[in-house]
Design a protein around this ligand. Structure first.
Ligand SMILES: *Cc1c(COP(=O)(O)O)cnc(C)c1O
Length: 223
């Protein structure tokens, strides 16, 4: 068994265990983050059963996506979104985790090809208001959700966060889960809560995550 296949099995097992411990019945989606990894690495994880893959840089992702178009991969865009890159994201991906303003949402809606299903969208929330990080402020999420929900070529699926690096992530995970639940009570049809990476995905699942984004623990360190 190759290293990627082996790592992937371990991760699938750890995610399943964390899901059981959290006493949840629905599956947790694993997005294998393949940034800085080769198309062969992606193909290998695909052969091991992995279907969702995440990329952070449009320029790097597009040739990989094109080269692997014969594999039925669900590509997730998880990087910072600049307005001049929205067209490629709208054309090449099925999911975007990082929508944080109305202007980006409007462009994605306009540029999503009509033969494709609506683009699945998550709102990235910048809970600690870190200046170097993208994401909507907590108090702006509701208004942005309303705008996205009105766009026909987008399907608002939920929220995403990356907690501050040095902090205990659990309070952030819990705050986002509670905002997600609140929006659902208000009528938004959200089903996805994207939180947790290699170092903290078990804590994220314990707090309510049902979508984890895992790079290093599957593909090894990035150089
Ligand atoms: C790189 C990245 C990940 C994966 O991080 P690992 O620590 O390697 O698991 C997850 N989410 C986002 C947004 C990333 O940019």
């Amino acid at each position: 068994m190759t290293e990627i296949t082996e790592h992937l099995r371990e991760i699938v097992e750890r995610v399943a265990r964390a899901t059981r411990l959290a006493e949840r019945t629905t599956n947790v989606r694993i997005v294998a983050v393949s940034k800085q990894k080769t198309r062969d690495d992606v193909a290998e994880a695909f052969r091991a059963g992995q279907r969702d893959f995440g990329e952070s840089y449009v320029q790097e992702a597009v040739p990989k996506i094109d080269a692997l178009r014969d594999l039925d991969i669900d590509w997730h865009f998880i990087g910072a979104l600049q307005t001049n890159k929205t067209r490629l994201v709208a054309e090449k991906f099925r999911w975007v985790h990082t929508v944080d303003r109305a202007k980006i949402a409007a462009r994605l809606n306009e540029q999503r090809p009509h033969f494709a299903e609506p683009l699945n969208v998550l709102i990235q929330v910048n809970q600690a208001r870190e200046t170097q990080k993208s994401g909507a402020a907590v108090e702006d999420v509701r208004a942005l959700a309303r705008e996205i929900a009105a766009l026909p070529r987008l399907k608002l699926r939920g929220l995403m966060t990356i907690p501050p690096a040095a902090a205990d992530p659990t309070p952030y995970f819990r705050e986002l889960a509670s905002l997600h639940a609140q929006l659902r009570r208000e009528g938004f049809e959200l089903d996805t809560l994207s939180m947790g990476m290699s170092a903290d995905f078990e804590r994220a699942i314990a707090a309510g995550s049902n979508c984890v984004r895992i790079g290093t623990a599957i593909f090894g360190p990035r150089v």
